[in-house]
Write a protein that binds this ligand. Sequence first.
Ligand code: F6R
Length: 264
Amino acid sequence: MEVIIRPTAEDAAFLTARLIADAVRENPHIVLGLATGRTMTRVYELLVDMHQNKALDFSQVATFNLDEYVGLAPENENSYRYYMNQHLFSRININPKNTSLPYGIAKDLDSECRQYEQKIKGRGGIDLQLLGIGRSGHIGFNEPMSAMFSRTRVKSLTPETVAQNAPLFNPPESMPRRAITMGVGTILESRRCLMLATGKEKAEVLARAVEGPLSAMISGTALQLHPKCTVIVDEPAATRLTQTEYYRWVFENEPDWDKYRDAE
Ligand code: F6R
């Protein structure tokens, strides 16, 4: 794992978008794993801008989202399918047929979860998985006690996650209490992970995920097991990390980061 600290949330989002864009340019048939949430909206805005102004081509790209609320139809404004269409898919040249999210109103949810896993496998697996982190430590909706080897399944959301996301619903009480989520094991199988966390409210949980002991109580700690995981944070989110001097040294000196250093 490597942790990259950028001065502001804008810089962190910009670096994240650039890494995704470079991966798409390198492999036009890339399979992306995508996340939703407040942290990602700016990343998607930047990708749309790169599509419109820098010829970033998504025509051959396939995507799989991490999660979807149980009980919300794709056309529901609070569904993650709606979020993705709004923020990204309708604004770039991706083939809608190549975009996948779990179907939150499937009659047989277990079968939907199994099929989602099969679909990911059928596409050859996820090349680059984008992730945020919730205040409960979740990646995707892998709430505390999610097995490190868990697969796509239905998970009950914690009161903390409900408190985090209910304000986005009208009325807040209408927020579903369950979601379909890729499992921690599914996420760990992706070839590269890219986590973005910004803001001081993420500082505590981020430090636990990145530097704390491995624990199913904080699903984000599982990323410590991933062979190629980059965590991008802004200064406020980095305030509880202990090894910041080392992380800064890596960004300033590792050749892989050369071309990204003076890109702000
Ligand atoms: C959403 C997802 C979640 C979010 C996390 C952070 O698809 O997988 O893990 O990334 O809840 O959400 P925000 O960015 O709203 O703080």
